[in-house]
Write a protein that binds this ligand. Structure first.
Ligand code: ZN
Ligand code: MN
Length: 447
């Protein structure tokens, strides 16, 4: 029986959260706005309107490229990619063809406890383009909303380096974390600001083994998936479907398919047998861009989650804890600023901080000061001299008759007043819970 090896590559679209759109001054944040209220002649694609590239979007694309170890190309340009669809009235999308902003990068999957062996995934290219309008199907009618049209869109293309769906999921989760760390996009999949398209094929093992470069003679692309789990399921479904065809001597059709998440199946959308002719040509309204090394050097990549994991482990954290903390910029930030507060005499370790942040979800909104104080209290419980405390309580009961009366009448607030009195006399050098316990005990014994 022949064995088959899946060959999988990815295309990922990420909307940038710049303040304005890619080629005009309209707001890039279109979410929730009244349909077609966020448009102008440029992003509507009216004839004669001149596009002016968004500098921030270009800078952020370079940043993503650098974070993915890409070569930043010193010369880059925009091209027109022609196709006909109602979400793009001018008949072409301004994109990049043969001179993308960044190319030849990679991302190593190392910082995942589920994936100890490490896998290198090549990044073919990172380019910049404009998003299209959105079609809304209302009953038998289809409406178009152009608010999204012209929002800066970064396309990340990987080499066909994956051979299983689990690695794809791990890669996408890592990429998602990186994009959020860079602060260039919400990468919110529910809102469609990160959209994924796996292309999947398979070939006999011995053919693939002879030359790692050799690719199958067909490719199936699954369009616009917006969940990591759905990507994984779509790939698993496709691999099975395609291998079943290959086993009986058929070649799966080269086509674009959709994923039906309710049924868990992919379905044919359009045939790609005649390779699309987009008639790419250079965008005549935008001059080519040149980037000096000096400019590229000014764009700095912050410490990325994978590097943070390594650093945290060096600081004494367990791998799984370091991984958990770095999945979220807010958690890792809180961990780091709280760690800076550590003083030897406080008996607090970085592992204590990590445990508290990971295990007490309600603490993640605290400031580092409050969090550290809580930890210091936990690690250094106040040992109260019981005799001294009891004597003080008895004394205060004597001189606060009204509060004692109130307590006996069942006014629970009275006890808090008394605790407050004790704490004040002790200059806070007592545990409020212990004081409360002793107070109630002594009051009850006096009843
Ligand atoms: Zn506009
Ligand atoms: Mn694209």
């Amino acid at each position: 029986m022949d064995k088959y090896k899946p060959v999988i590559g990815l295309e990922i679209h990420v909307e940038l959260k710049t303040s304005s759109k890619m080629f005009c001054q309209c707001a890039a944040d279109y979410f929730g706005k009244e349909a077609n209220s966020n448009t102008c002649p440029v992003c509507l694609g009216l004839p004669g309107a001149l596009p002016v590239p968004n500098k921030k979007a270009i800078e952020w694309t370079i940043l993503i490229g650098k974070a993915l170890n890409c070569k930043i190309n010193p010369v880059s340009k925009f091209d027109r990619k022609h196709y006909f669809y109602p979400d793009l009235p001018k008949g072409y999308q301004i994109s990049q063809y043969d001179e993308p902003i960044a190319s030849h990068g990679d991302l190593e999957l190392v910082s995942n406890p589920r994936h100890p062996r490490g896998v290198r995934v090549g990044i073919t290219r990172v380019h910049l383009e404009e998003d299209t309008g959105k079609l809304l199907h209302v009953g038998a009618e289809t409406l178009v909303d152009f608010n999204r049209s012209g929002v800066p869109l970064v396309e990340i293309v990987t080499d066909p380096d994956f051979d299983n769906a689990e690695d794809v999921k791990v890669f996408l989760e890592e990429l998602h974390t990186i994009i959020r760390y860079l602060g260039v996009s919400d990468a919110d999949m529910e809102k469609g600001s990160m959209r994924m398209e796996p292309n999947i094929s398979a070939m006999r093992y011995e053919i693939r083994a002879k030359s790692e470069k050799k690719l199958p003679n067909y490719k199936v692309e699954v369009k616009n998936i917006n969940s990591f789990n759905f990507v994984k399921k779509a790939i698993e479904y496709e691999i099975e479907r395609q291998i079943d065809l290959l086993k009986v001597g058929k070649t799966p059709a080269q086509e674009t398919r959709g994923y039906d998440s309710k049924k868990g199946v992919t379905y044919s959308q359009r045939s790609k047998e005649e390779a699309h002719d987009y008639r790419y040509f250079p965008e005549p309204d935008i001059p080519p861009m040149t980037f000096s090394q000096k400019y590229i050097n000014t764009i700095k990549v912050p410490e990325l989650p994978q590097n943070k994991v390594i650093r945290y482990v060096h600081q004494g954290l367990k791998y799984i804890d370091a991984f958990t903390l770095t999945r979220n910029k807010k958690l890792s930030h809180l961990f780091e600023v709280t760690s800076l507060k550590i003083k030897k005499q406080d008996n607090v370790k970085v592992t204590d901080i990590a445990n508290l942040i990971i295990n007490k979800k309600e603490y993640i909104n605290l400031s580092e000061e409050v969090l550290y104080t809580k930890l210091r209290e936990i690690k250094n419980p106040i040992k109260t001299d019981e005799k001294e405390l009891d004597a003080l309580i008895k004394h205060l009961i004597k001189i606060n008759k009204q509060a004692v009366e109130d307590y006996k009448k069942g006014k629970e607030n009275a006890i808090m007043f008394l605790v407050g009195q004790v704490m004040r006399e002790m200059n806070g050098k007592a545990d409020a819970n212990i004081v409360r316990e002793r107070l109630i005990l002594i009051l009850k014994s006096k009843k």
